[in-house]
Design a protein around this ligand. Structure first.
Ligand code: IMP
Length: 178
């Protein structure tokens, strides 16, 4: 597969669409089994999780709800670790079974801060589902209960993930070339 260029960087294919879809289906099946009769509320973290959330929800066969939130700004190729307020959460999550949908867990700061914020609102349960995790970068001990893929410490784009705004539309996931 030919490399692509976004802004000043070149990227090569890393996870093809069919591999992503297989992992999404596996995770959805696990959620379907674990949340029967619980009517979970998915909270998809924008912007990065939009494509992952859409594909995952198509595989969810139990009654469920979804809402979209934003938590942080993320600049260029380094995570700032700064998390701003949670924006867009209008649902009352008290006593609800909440599942966060995140694109990628890097240092874990974003999810850690989001979890703290949501736990204050007393959900019945709170779990994290992520498309990708970079275990080598984790700075917070946190459990991602449902995970599609672990990846090395490479910057990736595609399937919702961007490099300075570009690349979210790509069907496959690409990693930056050295
Ligand atoms: P964390 O707070 O360090 O875990 O960073 C999580 C957020 O950083 C994700 O939701 C992404 O928006 C962004 N991010 C981390 N790594 C990458 C990457 O390789 N490509 C694109 N965005 C990334």
């Amino acid at each position: 597969m030919n490399p692509i260029t976004l802004h000043d960087k070149s990227f090569e294919i890393y996870l093809p669409e069919n591999k992503i879809q297989r992992a999404v289906q596996r995770v959805a099946q696990n959620i379907n089994a674990d949340y029967q009769d619980k009517t979970p509320l998915f909270l998809a973290v924008l912007n990065g999780a939009f494509m992952f959330s859409a594909d995952l929800l198509k595989e969810i066969t139990i009654p469920c709800e979804i809402a979209f939130i934003r938590v942080s700004s993320y600049e260029a190729m380094n995570s700032t670790g700064e998390v701003k307020e949670v924006i867009g959460l209008k649902e009352d999550i008290k006593n609800r079974h909440v599942i966060i949908l995140e694109d990628i867990v890097d240092t874990g700061y974003t999810i850690h801060a989001l979890r703290q914020n949501l736990l204050d609102k007393e959900p019945a349960s709170l779990e994290v589902t992520a498309l990708l995790q970079k275990p080598d970068c984790l700075k917070h001990s946190l459990e991602v209960k449902y995970l599609c893929h672990t990846i090395p410490d490479d910057f990736v784009v595609g399937y919702g993930l961007d490099y300075n705004g570009l690349g979210r539309n790509l069907r496959d996931i690409y990693k930056v070339r050295p």
